[in-house]
Design a protein. Structure first.
Length: 291
C-alpha cells in the first residue's frame, strides 16, 4: 500500500512553534548550501524537515570511509557515490515535492551567479580550507543583499556568525584580502570562534595537519551546527526574532557546558584578535614543524 505524500501532514508537528501561515512561507523559500559533507548534509535534512522546499546544493566530492564519523549520507552503500546525489535523494525522501538544483562540480567563479540566483538565504557548509570559494560566495551574497550564515563545527560545539545585508560583511570581519592561505586559515578560526571554547580539550593537537588539509571532527558538532543554523534560518526567513549579526557571534560547547556570546567590533582588527592571531601563528608554526 502506497501512502500519498501530504506536505501539510508531513510538517504538521511544526505548527505551534510556527503558525500555518509561517509554514507556508517557509515552503516557498529557497536556500543555497555550498558543501554537502559534515555540516552541509545535515543542514539540508534539518531544513527539509522544517519544511523548506527549494534548495541549491553544491559539492564535487564523493563519499569515502573517513566520512563515516560525521557525515549523515555516508554509509557502506554510498561509498564512491557523489555527495550531492545522495543528499538529493535523502531530502526528496522527506519531501518528494521538493525542488533541488544540484551543482555537482561544486561552486566556482563561473557558476556562482547561478548558484545564488533567486536565493533567500545562503548557509555556508564549505570545507574549512575552501578559502577561495568561501571568499567569493560571501562577497556575492553581500553584493546581492543575500543574508548568509556560517556555523562552524569545532570540537563538540558550534560557533555562529551571521552576515546580514547592510551590516558588516565577511571581508570586513575576517580581513582576508589576498593573504596567504595559512593566514586565512588562522583568521577564519580565530574570527569565527573568538571565545575558543574548544581549544582546552583537543587531546592530540598533532591531528590538525595543515599541510594535508585535515583535522579531527565529531558528529556532535555537525548536529549542533545544524540545529543552530536552521534556527537562524527560521528567524531570518520569517523575519521573526532578534538575529545576531557580525561583529556579534555565539559559541556553544557541549563538552564544556558553556555558551559565550562574542562581540568583536572591527572584526579581526580588534586588539583581542591581534593577540589571538599572534598566539595562533606560534601554534601553527609548531604544528607545521611536527607535520
Amino acid at each position: 500500500m502506497t501512502i500519498p505524500f501530504s506536505y501539510d501532514q508531513a510538517f504538521s508537528r511544526n505548527i505551534g512553534w510556527l503558525t500555518p501561515q509561517e509554514q507556508t512561507l517557509l515552503r516557498g523559500k529557497r536556500v543555497a548550501i555550498a558543501g554537502a559533507g559534515g555540516v552541509g548534509a545535515v543542514h539540508l535534512l534539518t531544513l527539509a524537515r522544517l519544511g523548506v522546499a527549494h534548495f541549491h546544493i553544491a559539492d564535487f566530492d564523493h563519499y569515502d570511509i573517513p566520512n563515516f564519523n560525521r557525515q549523515v549520507g555516508a554509509f557502506m552503500s554510498t561509498v564512491g557515490q557523489p555527495k550531492v546525489a545522495v543528499m538529493e535523494h535523502m531530502a526528496k525522501d522527506i519531501n518528494p515535492e521538493m525542488d533541488i538544483k544540484v551543482f555537482p562540480q561544486g561552486i566556482d567563479e563561473g557558476n556562482l551567479p547561478a548558484f545564488l540566483d533567486g536565493v533567500d538565504l545562503y548557509v555556508d557548509a564549505l570545507d574549512f580550507f575552501a578559502f577561495s570559494a568561501r571568499q567569493q560566495v560571501f562577497a556575492l551574497c553581500a553584493a546581492r543583499a543575500i543574508p548568509a550564515t556560517t556555523v562552524a563545527p569545532l570540537g563538540m560545539g558550534a560557533a555562529l556568525l551571521n552576515f546580514l545585508p547592510g551590516q558588516m560583511t565577511f571581508e570586513e570581519y575576517f580581513q582576508w584580502g589576498d593573504k596567504p592561505e595559512l593566514e586565512k586559515a588562522l583568521r577564519f578560526l580565530v574570527g569565527v570562534a573568538p571565545a575558543g571554547l574548544h581549544r582546552p580539550y583537543l587531546v592530540l593537537p598533532e591531528t590538525l595537519n595543515l599541510k594535508e588539509r585535515r583535522g579531527p571532527s565529531t558528529i556532535m558538532a555537525c548536529q549542533l551546527c545544524a540545529g543552530v543554523a536552521a534556527t537562524q534560518a527560521l528567524k531570518i526567513l520569517l523575519k521573526r526574532g532578534k538575529v545576531l549579526a557580525a561583529p556579534h557571534g555565539m559559541q556553544y560547547d557541549a563538552y564544556r557546558d558553556k555558551l559565550v556570546r562574542t562581540w568583536r567590533p572591527w572584526g579581526n582588527r580588534h586588539p583581542l584578535q591581534f593577540l589571538a592571531m599572534a598566539m595562533g601563528r606560534r601554534m601553527m608554526a609548531k604544528l607545521l614543524r611536527q607535520s
